[in-house]
Ligand binder design. Structure first.
Ligand SMILES: C[S@@+](CC[C@H](N)C(=O)[O-])C[C@H]1O[C@@H](n2cnc3c(N)ncnc32)[C@H](O)[C@@H]1O
Length: 254
């Protein structure tokens, strides 16, 4: 996979280590209790990367499968699972076109990674792949981060620093409009690393498409294999009342 950021999985994991995976999985379980029509024994993390939430689910006894296109990210996940005595199956594949050997009862995609579907056609193909891999009545949870084009704060660069084991990672993230007619933005993700004195910089610049909320619902309808449940707040199982770039979309396989 052509990515400077995802080819440096260790630094990526440090950069995003502010995530509270226990709290997130508590929220998943609330959604499951409230909306799933299928008892959940197995779960699939799509675009799992180093998969903090999937590790937490494996610890809680779920059968865990992580899918990603990056071997480097999956290698780090496999090592962590081995060292932590956790059983996690990894699948290297494109999230827009995959099949699992066995269906899972719950699927999720975190950290706005749904934006990597790139266009509506691939999103429909992605939904078909997820539908083929998910039991009927099971939920697909999408942590969606890029829908509020009306908020100027959305276009401001965000920057943060995380440190671990003598490694300091400064991450900068920015979205800028590129082609408003086609809803294309340029997403820039930069990591400036100081690894015990060795300085490095990694940058990914991708042109990606924002799927607006009403379009999102329409595409779910066009695909026809899921029921739309709602847009929710990012950290609570509460329906979103006002647009926010931080949100969760929940759909259920018919
Ligand atoms: C922002 S990271 C999210 C990783 C992890 N889920 C998290 O929350 O930290 C995005 C991930 O999407 C993966 N990815 C990007 N395009 C993909 C595709 N077409 N198919 C599968 N994985 C993809 C990258 O390799 C990367 O691991």
């Amino acid at each position: 996979m052509k990515s400077q950021i995802y080819n440096h999985a260790k630094y990526y994991e440090i950069a995003f280590s502010f995530v509270d995976q226990k709290k997130q999985v508590d929220l998943f379980e609330k959604f499951i209790k409230k909306f799933s029509k299928k008892e959940v024994k197995s779960v699939l993390d799509i675009a799992c990367g180093t998969a903090l939430q999937l590790e937490e689910m494996a610890k809680r006894g779920y059968k865990a499968i992580g899918l990603d296109a990056s071997s480097k990210m999956l290698d780090l996940l496999k090592n962590k699972a081995l060292n932590g005595g956790l059983e996690i199956e990894t699948v290297k594949n494109d999230m827009n076109n995959f099949r699992l050997k066995q269906k899972v009862d719950f699927a999720f995609i975190m950290m706005g990674s749904i934006i990597y579907v790139k266009n509506n056609e691939s999103f429909l193909s992605h939904l078909n792949s997820v539908a083929d891999s998910l039991s009927s009545g099971g939920l697909y949870l999408i942590e969606n981060l890029a829908i509020n084009w009306a908020d100027l704060a959305f276009l401001k660069p965000q920057s943060w620093i995380m440190k671990q084991d003598g490694i300091k990672v400064k991450t900068t993230y920015q979205i800028l409009p590129k082609d408003p007619l086609r809803q294309i933005i340029t997403q820039t993700l930069k990591m400036q690393v100081n690894d015990n004195g060795k300085k490095m910089e990694f940058v990914d610049k991708d042109d990606l498409k924002i799927i607006f909320p009403e379009e999102f619902k329409l595409l779910i309808d066009v695909n026809g294999r899921f029921e739309f449940i709602g847009f929710f707040e990012r950290e609570e199982a509460k329906i979103l009342k006002k647009i926010s770039s931080d949100n969760i979309v929940l759909v259920r396989k018919k």
